[in-house]
Design a protein around this ligand. Structure first.
Ligand code: FES
Length: 169
């Protein structure tokens, strides 16, 4: 049974599925970015095996594809952790201690934005307004938005999420 805070599962990639995805979009003007977005949205990240497929089909070098992937922090080259924590960095949340909260979350999980914890439990991503400004500071874990977040509340939530995951295994 999936935990309610887990993100929806991504499809398992295969070279054929990646090729299919690339073929579907390669005719677009500036196809590289739409293709990279589509691959990440579908499979959760951009596997290394996608790079030569994309390069070949767009007649670019692998280095050019790698360059684009590393330029945009949005793109991931590894799968996300079990829980994706989106931390709001927009104004209302910053005004309510968002910066300290984000520092705490990064320290607690031992990672920076766009990274995944060593135990593969958490990935942290920035987000700019979760539409929950009245209850700032806010974070989203999977599909669940948590308002009035504090360092203590986050620690409890993180403990609870890792405990629940262990119990379900
Ligand atoms: S500013 Fe953070 S939820 Fe709107």
């Amino acid at each position: 049974m999936a935990h309610p805070n887990n993100p929806p599962p991504f499809e398992e990639w295969t070279p054929d599925l990646i090729r299919q995805q690339v073929e579907a979009l390669k005719g677009m003007p500036g196809a590289m970015l739409p293709i990279l977005h589509a691959v990440q949205d579908r499979f959760g990240y951009i596997p290394e095996a996608a790079v030569p497929i994309i390069a070949e089909s767009l007649r670019q070098t692998r280095a050019e594809v790698h360059g684009i992937i590393s330029f945009y922090h949005h793109f991931r080259t590894h799968p996300t952790g079990t829980h994706v924590v989106h931390v709001c960095r927009a104004e209302a949340c910053q005004a309510m201690g968002g910066r300290q909260l984000e520092a705490h979350i990064k320290a607690r999980l031992g990672i920076d934005y766009h990274q995944t914890s060593r135990d593969n439990e958490f990935t942290v991503e920035p987000v700019y307004c979760l539409g929950n400004c009245a209850c700032a500071p806010s974070i989203r874990v999977g599909d669940a938005i948590h308002g009035r977040m504090t360092a203590d509340k986050f620690d409890r939530l993180a403990d609870q999420l890792t405990t629940t995951t262990l119990e379900l295994k």
